[in-house]
Write a protein that binds this ligand. Structure first.
Ligand code: BV8
Length: 252
């Protein structure tokens, strides 16, 4: 039966696929109230450039400012809840034998939606380590409201969130898993990314060059949407449940 709509086309392809890679960006958490990273900063943060705050230079300039920015973002994430988009992806993971979820997001909304395996290629905002000796640091609740970052008990340097700052290299183990998965999957499902931050922005092209079908979900048309085989224009929290809906009748 010739699928009539892009959603049915995508669902039919997903039904037949064995290995699916899903790459998510800030857009998948937008409906949970977690503002996209590069969206205009609100309130007192509006005069700061996110890429500057998320850098060694920014941290060296004013570690307190960067700490307070991350603690504000952490509070936003903790107060947020997964949305139907996150939950649909967690369900898709249960339906597919091989499903690799790679996220650029530092929030833990995928895990809180039930996703079992989530690869955080740009790190996690609720994990902390020393900026110098990289020792993990178990943050105490009261330290979240401190004006300055904690001090590392091992080397007395500053503690920072375990995220990847601009100019910093990505976690090698996660990069390896993401690139191998992109080179061997049948479908790459991309959700809520503008596709401008490298090297992750290369992943859809890596998959396409390896013969995978690329499906992009985004309310806006982005460079990823243009190179995708199927562009599902809309919000993740709306389109992904529709995709699961269209998929389930086709599954045994
Ligand atoms: C590195 C963690 C070198 C921190 C982040 C090649 C060309 C050009 C530049 C570079 C290049 N290679 C490297 C660079 C430099 C730089 C870079 O890419 N700059 C860009 C801005 C030009 N890359 C780096 O610095 C990387 N490191 O290259 O190191 C190196 C190499 C070897 C050895 C040593 C060093 C590190 C990059 C990682 C930075 N860290 N996050 C933190 O969060 O605080 S990046 C951060 O921003 C996020 O993780 C994410 O990756 C990115 C935001 O992008 P998106 O997630 O796509 O979000 P965005 O807001 O842009 O878009 C949201 C989309 O959602 C929109 O399209 C919107 O339409 C859509 N949307 C909205 N609502 C919804 C929706 N979609 C669905 N549903 C909705 N409801």
């Amino acid at each position: 039966m010739i699928p009539t709509t892009p959603i049915r086309q995508a669902a039919q392809a997903l039904a037949q696929a064995h290995h699916i890679v899903c790459l998510t960006g800030a857009g998948v958490s937008a409906e949970s109230g977690v503002a996209p990273f590069r969206a205009a900063q609100t309130g007192l943060w509006s005069k700061f450039y996110p890429q500057r705050l998320a850098s060694q230079e920014g941290f060296a300039d004013d570690p307190g400012l960067v700490w307070r920015w991350y603690m504000e973002r952490l509070r936003t994430v903790e107060a947020a809840a997964p949305n139907p988009g996150h939950r649909a992806l967690a369900q898709l993971e249960t339906l597919k034998p091989a499903f690799t979820l790679v996220t650029q997001n530092v929030d833990n909304l995928h895990e809180r939606a039930g996703s079992r395996q989530v690869y955080h290629i740009h790190g996690r905002i609720n994990h902390f380590r020393c900026n110098y000796c990289r020792a993990e640091y178990p943050l105490q609740a009261h330290e979240q409201t401190q004006e300055q970052p904690p001090i590392c008990p091992h080397c007395s340097e500053l503690v920072r969130p375990d995220v990847v700052w601009f100019g910093e290299s990505l976690p090698v183990d996660v990069v390896d898993i993401a690139w191998r998965a992109a080179e061997s999957c049948e479908i790459m499902l991309v959700v809520g990314t503008s596709g401008v931050v490298y090297p992750v922005a290369q992943l859809p092209s890596v998959a396409k060059r390896a013969g995978a079908l690329v499906i992009d979900v985004n309310p806006q048309c982005t460079p990823v949407s243009e190179m995708a085989d199927i562009f599902l224009q809309g919000a993740g929290g709306v389109v992904l449940p529709q995709l699961l809906e269209a998929l389930s009748p086709t599954l045994p």
